[in-house]
Design a protein around this ligand. Structure first.
Ligand SMILES: Cc1cc2nc3c(=O)[nH]c(=O)nc-3n(C[C@H](O)[C@H](O)[C@H](O)COP(=O)(O)O)c2cc1C
Length: 199
């Protein structure tokens, strides 16, 4: 079994419609669930504890809503502090080599808006370029994001379907049933789950 670390970041969980049920599925899925805003309401990240947690896992999943086309601020603070020179990158910085890194993202905008001719001009995967390059610099393999688009228009059935899909992906990551080459090349992991997950 792969050891999956889920780094959850939502600054206003009490208002969440979509991430909350997804997080509930994740908590029950056997991954290590770590709520960053709960752990660090003052952004005072415990670097040693975070680094040890990373060392103890094979797959890193960052779950968060899309805020201004990027993760919420605490994820940036976490990256700035935890991925130290000589530990995550640079001379002797090999701690994340070979690990898998992916984002599970919810967006208010619909998928059609995240296209060249659409309102947002770029896909979510394209907008994650700095994170993809950060993973690459650290020697980790960046996988396509799992994206739930159009959250404002999702009804209860749509949210439940997204949560089921997310649970199935987390189970496949734990059970090492994900085709990593296909998952690295896709635009969105859940565009065609059968292309990246073995039964
Ligand atoms: C500060 C802020 C910035 C946002 N920026 C974006 C954005 O750049 N693109 C987008 O599609 N949705 C954006 N949204 C909408 C959120 O992504 C959406 O409300 C969230 O994914 C829904 O998940 P939740 O129900 O778990 O909060 C933004 C929302 C807030 C509050």
């Amino acid at each position: 079994m792969a050891r999956v670390l889920l780094l959850f970041a939502h600054p206003a969980l009490e208002k969440s419609r979509v991430n909350r049920p997804l997080a509930e599925v994740a908590r029950a899925s056997g991954v290590t669930f770590h709520d960053l805003y709960e752990a660090y309401p003052d952004f005072d990240v415990d670097v040693g504890a975070e680094q040890q947690r990373l060392l103890d896992h094979d797959v890193l999943v960052f779950q968060h809503p899309f805020y201004w086309y990027q993760p919420p601020a605490l994820v940036k603070q976490w990256l700035d502090l935890v991925l130290e020179h000589g530990w995550a990158y640079g001379t002797g910085g090999t701690a994340l080599r070979g690990k898998r890194w992916l984002h599970a993202i919810t967006t208010g905008g619909r998928e059609a808006a995240y296209a060249r001719e659409g309102f947002n001009r770029f896909s979510v995967r394209e907008l994650l370029a700095p994170l993809e390059q950060t993973a690459r610099l650290c020697g980790a393999e960046f996988l396509a994001p799992f994206v739930v688009h159009g959250t404002h228009r999702l009804d209860a059935d749509g949210i439940a379907a997204a949560a089921r899909e997310y649970g199935a992906l987390l189970a496949a990551l734990r059970e090492e049933r994900v085709e990593f080459a296909a998952a690295a090349g896709a635009a969105r992991l859940n565009a065609d789950v059968s292309a990246v997950v073995r039964p």
